[in-house]
Design a binder for this molecule. Structure first.
Ligand SMILES: C[C@@](CO)(OP(=O)(O)O)[C@H](O)COP(=O)(O)OP(=O)(O)OC[C@H]1O[C@@H](n2ccc(N)nc2=O)[C@H](O)[C@@H]1O
Ligand SMILES: Nc1ncnc2c1ncn2[C@@H]1O[C@H](COP(=O)(O)OP(=O)(O)O)[C@@H](O)[C@H]1O
Length: 269
């Protein structure tokens, strides 16, 4: 029986503008999303229905039918043995569960030849963008995904090891209707792109900081490493800093190792 291996990369919202709310409570988003060169690792084989989890962040990940990779197999209508090597913190604003689900869906699509219903939207608003796992604009509640070419960005990701539930952060928004992103000019080099991103927002940052004030400390620590831009991703608590090159990102990550926080230097694409 063929076994496939895949990477479920961390998802980073470089910008996240909340522009409205639908009648069902879901919020309308306008977000520029990129993916790291690191993440969880999955192995998938058709046959027995089984999930095993290990890896440095495997503790506490649900093993039952609510795990998003098991829900991915159920959505595809197949039984599969899936092994998940967890490297990303959960409930962290970097789509760990959504990216795992998307990776499982891609592998099951390849193994079965079946189409993925609705690009996996039923498993979470972040799953469609995680299906393409490359730089994209994400709009609607997450279902409207358009790939975009960006220069690679050198980054450090920092999570203070506190879980932030997404729905609670959306509920804490002071305003549900905020300005959309302006159009992104074509072909910006990295330095100009970073300036453009700096002029945008993550509207979920203030309510996430209210829920977990340590996020302010993470942003301040990243600023002190000389990052060109610091911001929170998604509903938090993971924050990122952007740097002009890989050496400066690696040095920044090294200088944050003593914090006890989860720290990763990476390239975003
Ligand atoms: C906020 C974002 C930004 O990329 O990222 P994360 O912080 O999760 O990484 C995503 O929209 C999260 O996507 P995902 O985590 O898949 O969301 P879901 O499981 O569908 O929804 C979890 C909860 O978030 C809220 N939610 C989510 C998406 C959206 N457009 N509007 C919402 O209001 C709802 O309260 C929902 O019950
Ligand atoms: N494969 C998975 N990995 C991590 N968390 C998962 C997984 N499947 C289900 N979950 C649940 O989903 C919740 C949200 O996790 P995650 O997708 O990592 O967060 P976020 O939406 O903030 O990026 C977790 O609290 C966890 O209980």
């Amino acid at each position: 029986m063929t076994a496939l291996q895949g990477l479920a990369p961390a998802k980073i919202n470089l910008t996240l503008h909340v522009t409205g709310q639908r009648d069902d409570g879901y919020h309308l988003l306008d977000s520029l999303v990129v993916f790291a060169d690191m993440g969880d690792r999955l192995t998938c084989k058709l046959g027995e229905d089984r999930l095993t989890v290990d890896g440095p962040m495997g503790q506490g990940v649900p093993l039952g039918p609510d795990n998003l990779v098991r829900r991915a197999a159920a959505l595809m209508g197949v039984e599969a043995a899936i092994h998940l090597e967890k490297h990303l913190p959960a409930a962290a604003g970097i789509g760990g569960g959504s990216s795992d689900a998307a990776c499982a869906l891609r592998m099951l699509r390849e193994l079965t030849g079946k189409e993925v219903p609705d690009q996996g939207l039923g498993l979470g608003a972040d799953v469609p963008v995680c299906m393409i796992a490359r730089a994209a604009f994400m709009r609607g509640i997450g279902e409207d995904v358009t790939a975009v070419d960006l220069p690679p960005l050198h980054a450090v990701l920092v999570n203070p090891r506190v879980a932030v539930p997404t729905s609670a952060v959306f509920s804490g928004l002071a305003s549900k209707v905020n300005p959309a992103m302006p159009p992104l000019p074509d072909g910006l080099p990295a330095a100009d792109l970073i300036q453009w991103i700096a002029a945008q927002r993550n509207d979920l940052e203030p309510p996430a900081i209210t829920a977990q004030p340590v996020i302010s400390d993470v942003l301040a620590a990243l600023r002190q490493t000389g990052a060109q831009l610091t911001r929170m991703s998604g509903s938090g608590a993971t924050c990122f800093g952007l740097y002009p090159d890989a050496k400066r990102a690696a040095d920044a990550a090294q200088s944050l190792q003593h914090s006890g926080w989860w720290v990763a230097a990476t390239v975003l694409r």
